[in-house]
Design a protein around this ligand. Structure first.
Ligand SMILES: [Mg+2]
Length: 369
């Protein structure tokens, strides 16, 4: 397919519930939308970077630079076979996976339109619907947390994940388990601990957690292997897994028993499929993580999660948990079973990009033709 034009559209969409980290307040989703024009068709991709390099070394500023100066010139006015060939072509760009994934995602979207097949069909998806879990931040008090858990259990969420940090961990777990002895419960430490905390993680074995997510540093699969050997609870790696190669090393070292795949962090849908397949060979289940995506990214996550080894509940929520407005028609919503239906050719579920919504949220547009 010949690439005729690429637009990079910067949008801002306010969060319904702004949230704060120790450095920065997130009041809106600041994102780049990629629109690729090819032979009369349009493919959309969403860059998952944030406005600042907090979760990931990349941010929207670095992504814009890389997309504009290196990735777009690699495809504009050229023939390209598809997403896999594009990834080979831009392999001269080191790292910058979120930037690369935004164009890769748009090329997958173009492929669905050229071949008139759903993304689920193109990637060999299996599930018709996928289960949704809830992820809860650190609340000021335990009663406030228990209220939230009660609310989301009432809405049918299939797994409750609690964010933890040093000093806000074991006491919280004790109270939550006392009130809810049987719920599917996990914790996410976002790399907040070190091996010096090994006794703490041993003590967590008694809480029957489905997994402990990313307890140690993101570049440390060696220490994760030591920790996994010392505890019964499965470790789930999130930030550590940025490619099929890091996944292979983590599995060889027995650093984890579960992997959270965030496709953009791994450079896109193609690399995520490779990680999925590798984990399946090793009997290591995976699930799909979220990055407060807008509709384009959210819908692609649902399709990715239809692959057979995505067996645990996902962090792909209904759009309205985050936003009052979104950029797809319809906006992503859960069923009464707290699942998401995977769009395919047969079930009538289809999401279109809402250009008027993009216009409402647009801050800036760059056109390359
Ligand atoms: Mg995580």
């Amino acid at each position: 397919m010949r690439i005729d034009r690429v637009d990079i559209i910067r949008v801002k969409n306010p969060f319904v519930h702004p949230f704060e980290t120790s450095f920065v307040k997130f009041v809106e989703r600041d994102a780049l939308i990629i629109k690729i024009y090819s032979e009369g068709l349009i493919g959309y991709g969403e860059c998952k970077a944030f406005h600042a390099p907090l979760y990931n070394p990349e941010d929207n500023g670095t992504c814009l630079h890389v997309i504009r100066n290196f990735l777009v010139p690699s495809i504009l006015h050229q023939d390209i076979e598809g997403p896999a060939e594009y990834m080979e072509r831009v392999s001269f760009v080191i790292g910058n996976r979120l930037a690369k994934a935004s164009i890769e995602n748009a090329l997958w979207d173009l492929k669905t339109k050229r071949e008139e097949k759903s993304l689920k069909t193109l990637i060999g998806g299996f599930y018709n619907e996928v289960k949704v879990g809830v992820s809860l931040g650190i609340e000021p008090t335990i009663p406030a947390l228990l209220n939230k858990i009660e609310k989301y259990l009432g809405e049918g969420y299939h797994r409750t994940k609690l964010k933890i940090k040093p000093g806000k961990d074991i006491e919280i777990l004790k109270e939550v388990r006392r009130h809810y002895p049987d719920i599917t419960l996990t914790v996410d430490a976002n790399s907040g601990y070190t091996l010096a905390d090994i006794e703490l993680f041993k003590a967590m074995d008694e809480f029957n957690l489905e997994y402990i997510e990313q307890p140690l540093a993101e570049d440390d699969i060696v220490d994760h292997a030591v920790l996994q050997k010392a505890i019964r609870t499965p470790i789930c790696l999130d930030e550590s897994i940025v490619s099929v190669d890091t996944a292979r090393k983590a599995l060889e070292l027995n650093s984890c028993k579960i992997i959270n795949i965030k496709s953009s962090r791994c450079g896109g849908i193609g690399e995520s499929i490779k990680i999925h397949d590798l984990c399946m060979q090793h009997n290591v289940p995976v699930w799909c993580g979220g990055m407060t995506e807008l509709g384009i990214g959210r819908v692609q996550n649902i399709s990715l999660a239809s692959l057979p080894n995505f067996t645990l509940a996902h962090d792909i929520a209904a759009s309205n948990r985050y936003f009052a407005d979104d950029i797809t028609t319809p906006v992503v919503n859960t069923t009464e079973r707290c699942t998401l239906i995977v769009p395919d050719e047969t079930n009538g579920v289809r999401y279109e990009v809402d250009e008027t919504a993009i216009d409402r949220m647009m801050v800036n547009r760059e056109i390359f033709r």
